[in-house]
Design a protein around this ligand. Sequence first.
Ligand code: OOB
Length: 578
Amino acid sequence: MSGAPLVTAAPAAPAEAGTVDGWVRWPDDVARRYVAEGYWEGGPLGDRLRAWAERSGSATAVVAGPPSRPVRLSYADLDRAVDDLAVGLDRLGLAPGERVLVQLPNRVEFVTLLFALLRLGAIPVLALPAHRRVEIEHLARLAGAVAYAIPDTHEGFDHRTLAQEIVAAVPSVRHVLVAGEAGRFTGIDAVAAAGADARAAAAPTSVPSTSVPSTSVPSTPVLPAPDPAGVAVLLISGGTTGKPKLIPRTHWDYAYNAAASAGLCGLTAEDVCLAALPAAHNFPLACPGILGALGVGATVVLAPSPSPEIVFELLARERVTVTALVPALARILVDAAEWEKPDTSSLRLLQVGGARLDAELARRIPAVLGPRVQQVFGMAEGLLNYTRQDEDAELSFTTQGRPLAPADEIRIVDRDGADVAPGEIGELWTRGPYTVRGYYRAAEHNATAFSPDGFYRTGDLVRLTASGNLVVEGRIKDVINRGGENVSATELEEHLLAHPAIAQAAVVAAADEQVGESVRAVVVLTPGAGLTLKVIKAYLRGRGLARFMLPDLLTVVDTLPLTPVGKIDKRELRRRLG
Ligand code: OOB
């Protein structure tokens, strides 16, 4: 028997519901403009899933699980599973506005729990599976999390052991919710089963289960609908300096983010979208990602791991049409595909973003795997830049695209905050209908991270090309001061990558008594290749590089450390090099 539908009532006071402390809103006049211009519209995200299920009912919404035992949920199944879990969580005492730290890998519970929390108006804080004690404790404290959701184990790590430490260290955490074997904690399945029982018990026998239950059935779960203008999720900042920050995204701004991205990518119900990156990251989640795909009735496939074996198997079996990768992963897949010749014939669009993609690798993607490349230069704080599919493919190899929304405002400024001349390099500042006005509970940091008139200072160095697209030239802080001369790490990395013996490169500063900071090139070589500092210096001189730009040190490594989403982790690299 299917239970009574979960009903969400209109919030009592829209201005208050969905409010969390420590959140910087858009100014009223700006908010009114975004509503008037149609950027912000519709209900909260949890309600939207209901509408998608009514539209796409029997179509497959989510495919998850190991390739040998796939789990498939239709849109109707997903909607029901989300209702069960939302009611179960409500019974557990979870209240609207409370924060839940979610650290789930790409398994079906990520999607059901995310939407159950959204329906309840509780706020998911989306940590990545690779985060460990230091980050998780910091995030749980900062968010004041009341619950922490984990897998039992993932990639050989027992998250229940970590949860035990977190519960002991952070008193606000009342519940640990486990996907899989719960041990001493609470199973997500058990919460959903309790919710399903409650819904079944409340189901009115005389009323069809699709209609709104009357007030004569008092035990029917009725949850107040969250305010769509309020905070839906807290994303984690991808910054590689300092501790991660929390980024408050509202139902309206995040729904726009996903739906407009889906429109730009031409997603339809025929598409099959693979989440190979960790689902909690903004890119695979909402650019257009999982949310964008569900919004058009497409199928979402969750890859339990981004290894070539799993990704190739899923591409072929599920006839995947679109996926999103970081450059490091794109390189691994392209390299592996050259040997393994997987069936990638269904793939029409491969999005690459998160870090600089070199043009040579970009060109190999259509040549080896088949699909068009789309570069995505985005940030969890909001702004998304996409290369367009109806433009010259060369632009998608050599630029990072341009803003998604007509209402996105960008400025490229010098050190004093003055606009640079067209085509010059400067720091990118932005504000718009899906870019936050402040980090959560970070008043002090916000004073410098945002301009007084609300622009987010991205810290990215960019230039605008004649084609109207942006090129990312580096990070403001990723510059090495070599005796007073500034060496852009990104620029030197690009030149290094052009050398056939170099597969990956990271340039970092090394302490030097004479020049303060010297330039250290850390490289991974292509199989069988050899390289010396003398050879690489001569090569770079041949490319016309100034003498001060040449590396002082060359370090060859087997692998470079990666961040939880797969970008080269320079902080960790510097730490390792000592
Ligand atoms: C994405 O988001 P985050 O928050 O993990 O990282 C944002 C930062 C940017 O500020 C920029 O420094 C870098 O990552 N970045 C890129 C890039 N895309 C992001 N640098 C060069 N080229 C690119 N294409 O990384 C993210 C969020 C949504 C979609 C895609 C990526």
